[in-house]
Design a protein around this ligand. Structure first.
Ligand code: GAR
Length: 210
């Protein structure tokens, strides 16, 4: 699957969004960020998008009668910009089954643990609480469940003695910011394929000099 016109969905700080913007600026993303979708008007990520000249669709879920109602507007905004990959980066809202179905195989998410361990909220706090020695980052396709879709890439991060959630989060975020743009670039190069639950990343085609 080849995709290079992306929309980023985010709800908060936007460090992953910003890393994608910077990768695009440096020519490392291979894709164009056409839209930020945000469900929190006051989120810092909205200002980051404006500063980067990225179109923003920001909405208040409470102002709509239903999830389907605001998702219809999201679809209109995505269609208008011909978006072909939806990149969730700290979007803290479940998408409806029909939305996921519409974009099946075209929605990816980043999660701060080695899934299937510690799905859902506060994955970093859950890892500290559990006492694991190793956690990490997962990029996966989004399916109808909570952090259950096919895994595209994972990176391990060691939990050090004395780590609290903030210390561990700092190292996890660093890894996320390097991994996410790389995964998006794989889509841009058409290297990602999905077969059931299994994702394969084709080797990069080397340019041959004549
Ligand atoms: C990231 O750590 C991301 O993995 C996490 O939210 C954070 C957003 O940070 N996502 C989830 O927990 C999804 N279940 P950011 O706004 O600075 O990119």
């Amino acid at each position: 699957m080849k995709a290079n016109r992306i929309a980023v969905f985010a709800s908060g700080r936007g460090s992953n969004f910003q890393a994608l913007v910077e990768a695009q600026r440096k020519g490392l993303l291979g894709a164009e960020i056409r839209l930020l979708v945000c469900d929190k008007p006051e989120a810092p990520v909205v200002e980051l998008a404006k500063a980067a000249d990225v179109d923003v669709f920001v909405f208040q879920p409470k102002a709509y009668a239903s999830k389907e109602a605001y998702e219809r507007e999201i679809v209109t905004e995505l269609d208008r910009r011909d978006v072909d990959l939806l990149v969730l980066a700290g979007y803290m809202r479940l998408l409806s089954p029909s939305f996921v179905e519409t974009y099946s195989g075209r929605i990816v998410n980043i999660h701060p643990s080695l899934l299937p361990a510690f799905p859902g909220k506060d994955a970093i706090g859950q890892a500290i609480e559990y006492g694991v020695k190793m956690t990490g980052v997962t990029v996966h396709f989004v399916d109808g469940g909570m952090d259950t879709g096919p895994v595209i890439a994972q990176r391990a991060v060691e939990v050090r003695e004395g780590d609290d959630a903030a210390a561990l989060a700092e190292r996890i975020h660093e890894v996320e910011q390097k991994l996410y743009y790389e995964v998006v670039s794989w889509f841009a190069e058409g290297r990602v394929s999905l077969n059931g639950r299994h994702v394969t990343i084709a080797d990069k085609v080397q340019e041959v000099e004549h």
